[in-house]
Design a protein around this ligand. Structure first.
Ligand SMILES: NC(=[NH2+])NCCC[C@H](N)C(=O)O
Length: 515
């Protein structure tokens, strides 16, 4: 159906003004979908006809616009032609639009929504997407959940568009927190609890030892000593650290699976420790690293070379920072994966960090930094569970399942199901994902379980309900869905045209998410 609607309008226009259809098709632009009922679907800027030599530049633009509008006819494809200021708006037949969309869905179930014609014109390459990236032993906060959902979506989208995608999880697996965790575990840890519920246990030990460290100097010293031994790669210390890391990765893999998310590489800050030192050496020899009065090592990022803006890469005690490891990680990834573009997905509080990172790479002469992007998103406020504040990803997913199952019992729908828990899990996960896509990416939002799990409206629950009904025997002949059936079904749901399109888009999204 590529350009079906545009072509049809262009054919009419071509008959009126004599220009070939191929010239006219690209001049018709799609009007972005908005909540307003009255938005048209296609728009023609009459000026573009003048620019392309189709209309004379001498006549008054508005007069030409009005005249052309009058000459255009409503037909099976176009429902309404409306003139505006120098533009002609077209409203197309929604029923036909839905039919055409469904036709394409049936014809190309694998690449639905991505026209092969469009694909051929796109620039493709190897994309590295870094997302999720939680910190071992620390809280898995809502920001990590958003990063997981959005990052996975971007990765899927890039893949569908024909790119080779590498998914990387960059764990927070190094730093002073491991000194505390290690020292704490030696005293408070239990191998048995670690086997039973590793993430929970590590978190508990970490919280406890942090509390102690606040007023106990000896705890702080033990932590510093543990981290020092870790940095010196002392075998025993390293093996405990490795155990924490391996267990964490295994646990996370299981939880990500519930979300339908996987990674090609579990990397982390630890991997770039030694490389960070090499980066510093290189920066020093190339005189890019300056030492401040307080003894910090900084890279000047100001246009006037006056240190009015700079990034700190070395503390005064010689240790590296988060950004130093990120520079090392970026260089390492470029060498290992030869990516064409790299995308980092984190909340907006790290925007400055990534802008500085890209600037440092540029200062170092790496032009590919231009093809590194940070995708920032807004913060989520107040995500909690029955037990209080959410600390683990698993808690969020369990809470969604629990609440969903409860709602299903209330609505008495669970009785008909063979495995209500599984259904609750699947709907709960959909609900979490869909609600995250609802607002603007960059806006903060307040998390509200009731809104997330609402049965009506643009929610994951309603999406799953609709999907189930579309696939059920009474709306199709044993899954052989005819576009006409679906259209009728959508219309019986009394959907407004815009809503109908939104639903189609959501269905497409689901397919991309492989839900
Ligand atoms: N390359 C990066 N710095 N990625 C983002 C990592 C996020 C970090 N672990 C955090 O929780 O804040």
């Amino acid at each position: 159906m590529a350009c079906f609607f545009r072509r049809s309008v262009a054919a009419q226009l071509s008959r009126i003004c004599g220009a070939p259809e191929d010239v006219l098709v690209p001049l018709l632009s799609a009007v972005p979908v908005s909540k307003k009922q009255s938005t048209p679907d296609l728009r023609l800027a009459v000026n573009s006809l003048v620019k392309n030599g189709v209309l004379s530049p001498d006549a008054d633009l508005q007069t030409q616009t009005e005249r052309l509008t009058k000459q255009l006819r409503v037909d099976a494809v176009v429902e309404e032609v409306i003139s505006g200021r120098g533009v002609i708006n077209f409203r197309i037949n929604k029923r036909l639009l839905v039919e055409k969309v469904l036709e394409q869905l049936r014809a190309e179930p694998q690449s639905f929504g991505v026209q092969s014609e469009l694909l051929r014109r796109l620039r493709r390459g190897r994309t590295l997407v870094e997302f999720s990236s939680p910190n071992i032993a620390k809280k898995f906060h809502a920001g990590h959940l958003r990063s997981t959902i959005i990052g996975n979506f971007i990765a899927n989208l890039k893949e569908v568009l024909g790119n080779e995608v590498i998914r990387v999880n960059y764990l927070g697996d190094w730093g002073m927190q491991f000194g505390l965790l290690g020292a704490g575990f030696q005293r408070l840890g239990s191998q048995e609890k670690l086997r039973e519920n590793a993430l929970q246990h590590l978190f508990e030990v970490y919280v406890q030892v942090n509390r102690e460290a606040e007023h106990d100097e000896s705890v702080r010293l033990a932590a510093a000593e543990f981290f020092r031994r870790l940095e010196q790669h002392d075998e025993q210390t390293l093996s405990l650290w490795k155990q924490f890391r391996d267990i964490t990765v295994e646990e996370y893999k299981k939880i990500y699976e519930r979300l339908g998310v996987r990674f090609d590489h579990y990397s982390g800050e630890s991997f770039h420790q030694s490389r960070a030192q090499e980066v510093l050496k290189e920066l020093r020899t190339r005189r890019l690293l300056k030492t401040t009065e307080k003894g910090k090592g900084v890279v000047d990022l100001s246009a006037a070379s006056d240190l009015s803006s700079y990034a700190t890469l070395v503390r005064s005690d010689g240790t590296s920072l988060y950004i130093t490891r990120d520079v090392a990680a970026a260089l390492d990834r470029k060498e290992r994966f030869h990516f064409d573009e790299m995308i980092y997905v984190t909340d907006k509080s790290q925007s400055v960090h990534f802008q500085q990172l890209f600037q440092i790479l540029r200062v170092m002469g790496h032009h590919w930094a231009e093809r590194c992007v940070h995708v920032p998103f807004g913060l989520v406020l107040g995500m909690s569970s029955r037990l209080g504040e959410v600390v683990l990803l698993e808690d969020v997913l369990n809470e969604a399942r629990y609440r969903m199952q409860h709602n299903m019992q209330e609505a008495k729908t669970s009785k008909e199901l063979t495995d209500p828990e599984l259904t609750a899990e699947q709907i709960g996960v959909s609900a979490l994902i869909i609600q995250d896509f609802k607002g603007k990416l960059i806006s903060d939002y307040k998390f509200d379980w009731q809104k997330v799990l609402q049965a009506q409206g643009d929610t994951g629950v309603f999406l799953q309900y609709t999907h189930a009904r579309l696939r059920s025997a009474d709306t199709s002949e044993s899954l052989d869905l005819q576009p006409r059936h679906l259209v009728n079904f959508l219309i019986t749901l009394r959907y407004k045209p815009v809503m109908m399109m939104m639903m189609m888009m959501m269905m497409m999204m689901m397919m991309i998410l492989q839900l």
